[in-house]
Design a binder for this molecule. Structure first.
Ligand SMILES: [Zn+2]
Length: 336
């Protein structure tokens, strides 16, 4: 919104002011009301019910996996709890003590600034819904967002941290806001090389990323089925690319570059597992859940690469430069 800042000179400066004008939340939040979402899991194909409950400050995002005999496994949605990242992001391990495909709901919670929630799930994975974050965004907005009295803490990136994995890489850089720059490069001409760059705010996430769906190739389906995966996968929850390299879905794409937007959505959800929002730029090339998890671990394991900050004042909304570093002894929200 450069128009709001008269007299600003270069484009670079406008960019800076533009990001500074973004209001960050000064205080933690939760849902104003509980709500329930039902659907099938994309890998199991089984029906699953997720009950989203408000929670107190300091809770973070906690999943409660309810096993077949009613036993409850508590899984904090943080880096330390991440298990398998081959096809989706899984919290925990073991068939009755884990929850798969948490990334799309985590992206919605992160983008709308929900810090605290307890989510009861009676199956092995989150419902896939339409393969995007759209249903979760709508449900959270309908339930309402409640501001709590505890100041919100951010993880501010102080220096570049990079991870490489084969031809993929990811980097964190300092930045006065939360920005993603995601590049993908697929052999398939239906996808090819795509790039998405932007500041992630509740508004930008909703309009530019939240509706981008999971995608896959028809040629992989049989292999996945043999492995007991993608059993719930269908044209209702995935963009499918056929052997002729065309999108099979009758309705076509929701965005011309829906593939890279979904990869960005996934990255937002995976980085939400820091346990607190981050201020910085995240860049990835040919990334995925595994590289996102590696990059987050690399950042958090290097104490000089970040600091913990919070608002100096009492206003509900604050700009990035107004945040001050706080003593972080014992504050490690990414641990279980
Ligand atoms: Zn995804």
């Amino acid at each position: 919104m450069p128009g709001l800042v008269p007299g600003v000179g270069t484009a670079d400066r406008q960019e800076k002011w533009g990001s500074m004008a973004l209001g960050l939340q000064g205080f933690e939040t939760t849902f104003a009301n509980p709500f329930t979402i039902r659907g099938i899991g994309v890998h199991s194909g089984a029906e699953v019910t997720a009950v989203f409950n408000p929670a107190e400050s300091g809770t973070g995002i906690v999943f409660q996996r309810i096993g077949p005999h009613g036993e409850v496994t508590e899984l904090k949605a943080v880096s330390a709890t991440v298990g398998n990242t081959d096809f989706c992001t899984v919290l925990g391990s073991g068939p009755t003590r884990s929850i798969a495909t948490v990334e799309h709901v985590m992206a919605a919670l992160y983008a709308l600034g929900i810090d605290n929630a307890v989510i009861e799930v009676d199956g092995a994975e989150m419902p896939v819904m339409d393969g995007s974050s759209a249903v979760f965004i709508e449900a959270i907005e309908q339930a309402g967002i409640k501001t709590l009295s505890k100041k919100r803490r951010y993880i501010r990136v102080l220096k570049t941290v990079r991870v490489d994995a084969g031809s993929s890489w990811a980097e964190f850089h300092p930045y006065d806001g939360t920005r993603f720059e995601v590049d993908i490069d697929f052999d398939s001409p239906a996808i090819g090389r795509q790039s998405w760059k932007g500041d992630v705010t509740p508004a930008s996430f909703k309009t530019e990323l939240s509706r981008a769906r999971t995608f896959g190739f028809m040629r992989d389906v049989e292999r996945l089925w043999a492995a007991g995966l993608a059993l719930g996968s269908s044209l209702e929850n995935s963009v499918v690319i056929g052997d002729d390299n065309r999108v099979i879905n009758m309705e076509g794409l929701r965005y011309a570059d829906e593939f890279v937007r979904h990869k960005t959505l996934d990255a937002v959800g995976d980085l939400a597992l820091a346990g607190a929002p981050f201020l910085g730029l995240y860049r990835s090339y040919r990334g995925g859940h595994k590289v996102n998890a590696m990059a987050l671990k690399a950042l958090l394991s290097e104490a000089s690469a970040y600091e913990i900050v919070e608002s100096a004042g009492q206003r509900p909304s604050v700009a990035a430069p107004e945040l001050i570093a706080v003593a972080q002894a014992g504050y490690r929200p990414w641990t279980a």
